[in-house]
Design a protein around this ligand. Structure first.
Ligand code: NDP
Length: 254
């Protein structure tokens, strides 16, 4: 196989949750540029349409599905909608995520539930739906967007760290179970990436501390997360499963 052919996603269908902004948008655009037909699934209709226009400028086979991933009853119909429009999902990117600040002493149980439901439970339920279809076709890729806080403690948002830590263990567990079905399950750990999630930190001392600690000396961009996603979505990663790829400018190694 020619070197670049390994990364070619022509004929593949990808679903990206939270694909209408930030890292998800960067990944959706990257997968589209590599040839995939991409569905973005997120709540905000205007943002969905804006990204859809960008995707269709590259490949007309793209759709946006309005979905709140915490609405469990809506998950299977949303995946069925993607399948009707584009074909069975070969690549699922569980990217939709939120963080709600609140240390353990003060956090509300409802906030804990919302974070866990969005970041972890929905990722499991969508992966289950996708994996059943992938297993029948003996081919699939599941990519979970984790976090540095999958590995580090976080006193500001323990619910976020717990959800992202769980996501790594879910990745490894599903990787073991699904390997015989030729389904690879991997995680990407973005470091500090410019997005709506990190924008509020700009100008604060914590932001300067991140820059100082990151060997690359800057935040990353959503587009810089796309390369790892294309690799994990493509034939090039056929023997890579249960892995975590850090896209973090070296943050985790310092
Ligand atoms: P953004 O806040 O920019 O984007 C979050 C995306 O998730 C939006 O598209 C949003 O769309 C979607 N989303 C949130 N809640 C739901 C929901 N209930 N149902 C469907 N979609 C939802 O964040 P980032 O791009 O920064 O983050 C993307 C992922 O990367 C997250 O999982 C985050 O934890 C992770 N990450 C980010 C890092 C960073 O530095 N930026 C670092 C490490 C990990 P909408 O509101 O329209 O639903």
């Amino acid at each position: 196989m020619a070197a670049l052919e390994m990364f070619n996603l022509d004929g593949r269908v990808a679903a990206v949750t939270g694909g209408n902004g930030g890292i998800g948008r960067g990944i959706a655009l990257g997968l589209t540029a590599a040839g995939a037909a991409v569905a973005v699934l997120a709540r905000n209709h205007e943002k969905n349409q804006a990204v859809l226009d960008e995707l269709r400028a590259i490949n007309s086979a793209a759709i946006a599905v309005r979905l709140d991933v915490t609405d469990r009853a809506a998950l299977a119909p949303a995946m069925a909608q993607v399948e009707r429009a584009l074909g069975p999902v070969d690549i699922l990117v569980n990217n939709a995520g939120i963080a709600i600040p609140g240390g353990a002493l003060k956090a509300e149980a409802a906030a804990w539930d919302r974070v866990l439901e969005t970041n972890l439970n929905a990722s499991f339920l969508l992966s289950q739906i996708a994996a059943r279809s992938m297993a029948a076709r003996k081919r699939g890729k599941i990519i979970n967007i984790a976090s540095e806080y999958s590995h580090f403690g976080n006193s500001i948002a323990p619910s976020y760290a717990a959800s992202k830590g769980g996501l790594i263990q879910l990745t490894r567990s599903m990787a073991v179970e699904l390997a015989p079905h030729n389904i690879q399950v991997n995680a990407i750990v973005p470091g500090w990436i410019e997005s709506e999630m990190t924008a509020p930190m700009k100008g604060r001392p914590f932001y300067d501390e991140i820059i100082r600690r990151t060997p690359a000396g800057r935040l990353g961009t959503p587009e810089e997360c796309a390369g790892a996603a294309i690799f994990l979505a493509s034939r090039a990663s056929g023997f890579v499963t249960g892995a975590t790829i850090f896209v973090d400018g070296g943050y985790a190694i310092r």
